[in-house]
Design a protein around this ligand. Sequence first.
Ligand code: C5P
Length: 290
Amino acid sequence: MVIEKAYAKINLFLNIIARRSDGYHDIESLMHSVSLHDVIKIEVKKHDTLRINVKTNAPELSDEKNNLVYIAAQKYAARYSVTDEILISLEKNIPIGAGLGGGSSDAAATLRALNKIYKKGSSDELLELAATVGSDVPFCLDGGTAHCLGRGEIIKPIGVKEKMFFALAIGEERISTPKAFCALDNRYVTYPNMSSVCRDMICALSRGQSISDCVYNIFEEITDISSVSKIKENMIQRKAECALMSGSGPSVFGIFKTKADAEAAVKTLSDAGFCAYYSESVASHDINLD
Ligand code: C5P
C-alpha cells in the first residue's frame, strides 16, 4: 500500500492577467503548500480489466465521477494502459470548495502514488497529465512554493528562507470559481498589472522578510461575504501580520510571527463559530519524496 499526504495550498498572491479564448484565464500566482492535509492510500490488485474504487469519509464526494481522485486515477490508467483493480481510500480533512486546493491536491497525490506503484511516468508526463485534471493540480504534484503562470500549470519553484505560521478559517458561503472569474471579467476590460508586487514578494520570501505589504488577491474585490471580512478583522486583532482570502474563497489565511500566536488565533476563531485550522509552511521536498 502506498500512502500519500495531500497538502492544502494557499495563494499568497493571485492576480488575473487576461481572459483567454478557451474559457480559462491567464493568471499570476504565488502558491504555497501548508500542513493541513488529506491522506490518500492506494492498493492495487492484479486484474485484466480496470476497476477503480474510491472510499472516502466525505459524503459530498461519494459521486465518483465528480471526485478528482477518481478522475486522476482514470487518466493515469488510460495513459499507461493499467488494467488492475485500484483501491483508493481518501481521508478528507481539507474543507471542500473553499479555495484551499484540496481536490487538486488529492488528485496530485493520487498521481504520485500511482506513479510510485507503476513507475511509468516521467515528471514532465505527470505534469501534463495533472494539467488535464485541473489548473492547480500540476502545482500540487511537487507543492512547496511556486510562481505559477498560464492557467496555473507553468510552475517555477521559489525559495523560502523562513517557515511561516498560519491560521486558516473558512467563510460561511460557498463561491463558484467560474462565476467569480466571470464577475471579474465584467468589471475589467484590462486587468491591472501587479507583477512588480509579485516580484517584491518573491524577493522577500527568499530573504526571510515579511510579505505583509505584498499579499494580494484580486478575487477579494468581488467577494461580498461578511464572514470573510469578520475573519480578517478577527485575525488582525489576534496579532496576524496580514490576512487574505485564498483562491476564489471563502477561505482566509492569516500570517503570524509565531506558532503560538497562530494557534491562539485559531482558538479565538473556533470559539467564534468558524471552522479554523492551524497550519505552517510545507516544503516541496517534504511532499514529493521520490
Ligand atoms: O481548471 P479547473 O477545473 O480547476 O477550473 C475550474 C474553472 O475555473 C474553469 O472551468 C474556469 O471557469 C475557471 N478557471 C479559469 N482560469 C484559470 C483556472 C480556472 O477561468 N486559470
